[in-house]
Design a protein around this ligand. Structure first.
Ligand code: HSE
Length: 374
């Protein structure tokens, strides 16, 4: 396999190092904005150098972002080159275009590292789907948020200090808003649900709430009651009725999610015969992510591509109800739906995901978390 590697940041450098140790694949070109010198590998600022090199059979895209990443990947597929990518924003946004195009052009496409970093989640989900109907996917999908929440809970760190540490360790996206506002988790949920259910979710209908406004006082209230806060993605297929949302969620001790430390992810599926299967591992970081990129390359050498089948666009109904912890703004809607107070914070009566997220969008500085189901 002769590779054009697009991007030489945290993940790109890890991919380069891992591939350098192998004899079945070689990075011939690296596309990189910075000045860089590599032994036995050409470095260019111009993607056309890679596109026009007929000896390159595979493009690995680890630049991140939508553009020009998507444009390069598209051109690579049109030129008959296989593609491996770790770019969840791009795959989530262009799933409907990329997979059919790859099939039409008879090239292989894989994106395992785009969800779960070093966990072989998408690869296994694809295998599960060969014989199972999957009714639920989701869980802890963002290493940065888990690191922040874990260090606030177990080490007593402030939100700001925990975020800074996660950034220093290379877990966070270039703009950490994508992590803490739940956008990165949203991308991963879209890809997972599309693969799990064989559909294309209407991603604009997915309500997303992040952890930006969590404070030490919230964590103290949760800890005093034996609860742990995690950022959770959920997608369900209940007999053809689809729901999907991202929100902070509280777990009692003893639930697997409550024990997930540091930057780890815990991603779960519910299959009709296998039941619950959970996948635990490092969801971010140079080498875990690079590991799954290289795994995809090995699969391509073996002729295995695609996550499919991809399907029709489906709309969401998010009428499931939760009680929520809410701290921040209040108004008549919240007062009418208050069940009890925790030192001034509201615990709501059961309200639908749609209603709570609609209210939250009008009160953007408020922190809310779903309570455990009774
Ligand atoms: N910023 C992401 C995370 C990187 O923290 O999980 C891996 O997708």
């Amino acid at each position: 396999m002769r590779i054009g590697l697009l991007g030489f940041g945290t993940v790109g450098r890890g991919v380069y190092e891992l591939i350098s140790q192998r004899t079945d694949m070689k990075v011939k070109w690296v596309l990189c904005r910075r000045e860089l010198t590599l032994r036995d590998t050409k470095v260019t600022h111009d993607f056309q150098d890679i596109l026009k090199d007929d000896t390159i059979d595979t493009v690995i895209e680890v630049m991140g972002g939508l553009h020009p990443a998507y444009d390069y990947v598209r051109q690579a597929i049109l030129a008959g080159k296989n593609v491996v990518t770790a770019n969840k924003a791009m795959v989530a946004a262009f799933y409907d275009q990329l997979l059919p195009l790859a099939e039409e052009k008879d090239v292989l496409f894989r994106c395992t590292a785009s969800v779960g970093g070093g966990i072989g989640w998408l690869s296994e989900l694809e295998r599960v789907r060969r014989i199972e109907t999957v009714s639920r996917v989701g869980g802890i999908m963002n290493g940065t948020c888990n690191y922040i929440l874990d260090h606030m809970t177990r080490r007593g760190l402030s939100y700001g200090d925990a975020l800074r540490q996660a950034q220093e360790l290379g877990y966070a996206e270039a703009d950490p808003s994508s992590d803490v506002d739940g956008i990165d988790t949203w991308h991963k949920l879209v890809i997972s649900a599309n693969v799990a259910f064989g559909v294309s979710l209407n991603r604009e209908q997915i309500p997303v709430a992040g952890i930006r406004h969590i404070a030490a006082e919230d964590v103290a209230r949760f800890t005093a009651r034996g609860l742990t806060c995690k950022l959770i993605a959920t997608a369900k297929n209940q007999g053809g009725s689809f729901s999907a949302y991202v929100q902070p969620t509280l777990y009692p001790a003893g639930e697997p999610e409550a024990a997930v430390p540091a930057n780890f992810n815990l991603i779960t599926l519910e299959g009709n015969t296998s039941g619950r299967q959970s996948f635990f591992g490092q969801g971010a970081g140079r080498y875990p992510t690079a590991y799954n990129v290289v795994q995809d390359c090995v699969d391509l050498i073996g002729g295995t591509g695609f996550y499919g089948p991809w399907g029709q666009k489906v709309s969401l109904t998010n009428e499931e109800t939760y009680s929520y912890y809410v701290r921040g703004d209040t108004d008549s809607w919240l007062e009418a739906n208050t069940k009890e107070l925790w030192d001034g914070a509201v615990i709501t009566k059961p309200v639908s995901v749609t209603n709570l997220h609609t209210w939250l969008r009008e009160h953007p500085c408020t922190f809310a978390a779903a309570m455990p189901k009774a």
